[in-house]
Design a protein around this ligand. Structure first.
Ligand SMILES: C[S@@+](CC[C@H](N)C(=O)[O-])C[C@H]1O[C@@H](n2cnc3c(N)ncnc32)[C@H](O)[C@@H]1O
Length: 213
């Protein structure tokens, strides 16, 4: 999955991953991270997710990163915000009160760009990446945020039945990526009614990752 793959998806409007409503895993479990209002939440690979609306309505500040400028434009249109658009060393940055979104590769984003991050919301980000990239991505997120607590949503299914994305990221893999730095709590493990794309049997897991101290 190179950048071109995702740019083409957005161009062709093949965005089956985009949810019309807030993700129930987010609305049910995000408060379990115990982050106060005003906390700065990183939403990596954010697309134009409506979950950003929810985070903003809950009083959080959002820092997003997304390859596709088309997606970012649509996000701000849906929010009904008129963003300031700036050129930075990364590419473009779209900013409005309470929200800043970097247009570009998450791996180019540094803490110098984001400033302090208090929490992470990962839905359809880790699972959008192939295995080798997931290892690099998890490490990058932890470096970038100094292991800020995160809510992570993953899928678990038989990978031999379908090519990703979304990829299957079973519990053992989540643990191997993050257990050295976080205490992991799987707060939801449920069957996906109707399966996932062409796979009949799939599960969705919601994880709270908090400081291991
Ligand atoms: C499966 S979609 C999920 C979008 C969003 N999280 C949601 O829940 O709707 C993955 C998104 O990540 C973006 N993306 C993929 N690789 C990326 C990268 N290396 N850096 C930033 N964004 C990336 C894609 O353009 C796409 O919008």
């Amino acid at each position: 999955m190179d950048a071109q793959f995702w740019h083409q998806k957005w161009k062709d409007n093949e965005i089956g991953f985009h949810e019309a409503d807030y993700n129930p895993g987010l609305t049910r479990h995000f408060h379990g991270l115990g982050l106060p209002k005003g906390s700065r939440i990183l939403v990596p690979l954010c697309g134009k997710t409506r979950d950003i609306h929810w985070l903003l309505t809950q009083g959080y500040k959002v820092v997003g990163a997304e390859l596709s400028e088309l997606a970012v434009k649509q996000l701000f249109e849906a929010l009904d915000y008129s963003p300031a658009v700036e050129d930075t060393d990364l590419g473009k940055t779209y900013t409005a009160p309470g929200i800043q979104v970097f247009v570009g590769d998450i791996f180019s984003v540094t803490s110098h760009h984001t400033g302090r991050i208090d929490g992470i919301y990962d839905r359809a980000a880790l699972v959008a990446l192939p295995y080798e990239v997931r290892i690099r991505y998890a490490q990058h997120l932890m470096n970038l945020t100094q292991q800020a607590p995160q809510l992570l949503i993953t899928f678990d299914y038989d990978q031999s039945q379908m090519d990703g994305p979304p990829f299957s990221v079973p519990a053992e893999e989540v643990k191997s990526l993050y257990r050295a730095s976080y205490a992991l709590d799987c707060v939801q493990d449920s069957n996906i009614d109707g399966g996932l794309k062409s796979v009949d049997s799939a599960r969705i897991n919601v994880w709270l990752l908090k400081s291991a101290d």
